[in-house]
Design a binder for this molecule. Structure first.
Ligand SMILES: *Cc1c(COP(=O)(O)O)cnc(C)c1O
Length: 497
């Protein structure tokens, strides 16, 4: 039996807790994120794992990090998550185009990669509640830049013992993203637009979470908060799975040799997806470079260049809205690790981030970042990538994936590194139809997004995904919009009902 993995706060709050407790709590009481006390190594060889199905790989990986779940519990969660909600049995298929492998993480219910973790989180969480004798109803509180919200809503809708409240920036998501959320069914769901951007939504949610008096008040009413955001370790762990899966698929298909290293490119916002790749590497997957791709909100690119994280800059709305983020929450976990699992240091940096909007890491810490390569793509580069790759190969990608693809091209030009490369493809092009059509030079301002989806389908020969066609005429159920200062009140109003 492997050693139990325990979790503690990146900011030093006392005590270590089990995985199921960390999943229930989401965020530590001191505002820190839960991190594992050690990173376990894969037990089976990558060759052996290459013979497994996605569900089997998921079990192989998740059992190592979620050590207090029984085999039966984990297998129950996995089999209910990765089923026919996905439109392909492979769950995460790979497509080769223009010299790279696109790992398509968008075949779930809401056609973005958030489904990879959010289809299992409700099962992990309700199982955790049972294991820990929780009697309260669990209230999932989530800030979304567009994709998390819908994926979380889809995952938690009508799950007994839970309620879910989603805040999104009213003017910061695509029309299809908004339509997906505001038509969400389920009596336990609540969707609220805020007058503010994603960082405002995320900061507001964190504040509500860490308010001890509010927690007490809710406890008396039979509620407790948890988070479906990528700060929850229950989001991160399932995301490690597909990097193991991708590597072993390449191995199985003879595209790489045993122990050959690959690079991965991840279109990054909150730093959750790429952090999962970092964990996968540390668990034994031969990944050389972790290429972190940003859009014009290139705070991470600057950080990897200079060692200074500085959010004091204008927030830019781009065609890849799920990456329009200036405070990448999950970076805190990496900071903690490269500081030598040092919570005091991490807490100090995070204090500086709150008070001054920036912090600078030490040279010693920087020396531990050599596996990372930061790049960014402008809007023009992103659009050109969609067009060029489509015209050259017939492969169509969404704007977020195109940021990664564009950064990858620049990386190869700059370094000459020809290692086999996996690009995380994080959304279906149909989720960002208007931008994709604009990129192809076929945009039309007089048409709505659904009409454009019809045209995109005709142009690409790809069928409109069910996730888009089913919301076309659905009833709008959520209409509330509040100021960013009134988020707490909105939460209490919903829970009063
Ligand atoms: C959330 C999201 C991202 C960014 O992922 P992080 O884990 O927040 O870095 C990229 N692309 C799409 C389509 C997303 O939904």
């Amino acid at each position: 039996m492997a050693k139990e993995v325990l979790y503690s706060s990146t900011r030093g709050a006392k005590g270590q807790i089990k995985a199921s407790e960390a999943i229930l709590r989401g965020l530590a009481t001191d505002g820190g994120l839960y991190v594992p006390d050690h990173i376990p190594q894969l037990e089976k060889s990558l060759r052996d794992i290459s013979q497994m199905s996605y569900q089997e790989v998921a079990f192989e990986v998740m059992k190592l990090l979620l050590t207090d779940y029984t085999e039966e519990e984990l297998k129950y969660c996995i089999s209910h998550a990765y089923d026919s909600k996905f439109d392909t049995e492979e769950i995460a298929p790979m497509a080769e185009a223009d010299g790279a492998y696109y790992l398509e993480l968008y075949h779930g219910a809401t056609i973005a990669f958030k489904d990879m973790a959010l289809s299992i989180l409700p099962y992990l969480m309700t199982t955790a509640a049972k294991k820990n004798n929780v009697k309260n109803e669990i209230v999932i509180l989530t800030a979304t830049s567009g994709d998390t919200g819908k994926a979380a809503l889809a995952g938690f809708a009508d799950v007994p013992g839970t309620k879910i409240i989603v805040f999104y920036p009213k003017h910061g998501v695509s029309p299809i993203q908004e339509q997906q959320m505001v038509t969400q069914k389920g009596d336990n769901t609540c969707v609220i637009g805020i007058e503010g951007n994603f960082d405002d939504a995320q900061t507001g949610v964190k504040k509500i979470f860490t308010d001890p008096e509010l927690a007490k008040e809710l406890d008396e009413k039979g509620f407790q908060f948890s988070s479906a955001n990528s700060i929850n370790i229950g989001r991160l762990v399932p995301q490690i799975v597909y990097y193991v899966f991708a590597y072993t698929r390449l191995l199985k298909e003879g595209r790489i040799a045993d122990k050959e290293t690959i690079n991965v490119v991840v279109p990054t916002g909150n730093f959750g997806n790429i952090l999962a790749a970092y964990y996968a590497k540390n668990m034994g997957v031969p990944i050389a470079k972790l290429i972190c791709a940003s859009n014009s909100n290139k705070v991470l690119f600057d950080f990897f260049q200079t060692g200074e994280y500085d959010r004091n800059r204008d927030f830019v709305l781009t065609a890849s809205p799920s990456m329009d983020i200036l405070i990448s929450s999950n970076l805190e976990r990496l900071i903690y690790h490269i500081a030598g699992d040092n919570a005091d240091k991490d807490a100090e940096y995070m204090r500086q981030l709150t008070s001054e909007g920036k912090y600078e890491i030490t040279d010693e810490m920087r020396s531990k970042l050599t596996d990372f390569f930061g790049g960014f793509a402008t809007e023009e580069e992103t659009f050109a990538t969609i067009k060029n790759v489509f015209e050259k190969t017939g492969y169509l990608m969404d704007t977020h994936t195109a940021v990664a693809s564009s950064v990858y091209s620049k990386y190869v030009k700059e370094t000459g590194d020809k290692a086999v490369t996996v690009i995380a493809s994080t959304a279906s092009p149909f989720k960002f139809t208007r931008s994709v059509m604009n990129a192809l030079g076929k945009g039309d301002d007089s048409k709505d997004d659904f009409a454009l989806a019809d045209e995109l389908s005709a142009v690409s020969g790809v069928e409109i995904p069910e996730a888009v066609s089913s919301i076309r005429t659905a009833e709008i159920r959520h209409k509330t919009v509040v100021d960013k200062a009134d988020m707490q009140k909105a939460v209490l109003d919903f829970l009063k009902k």
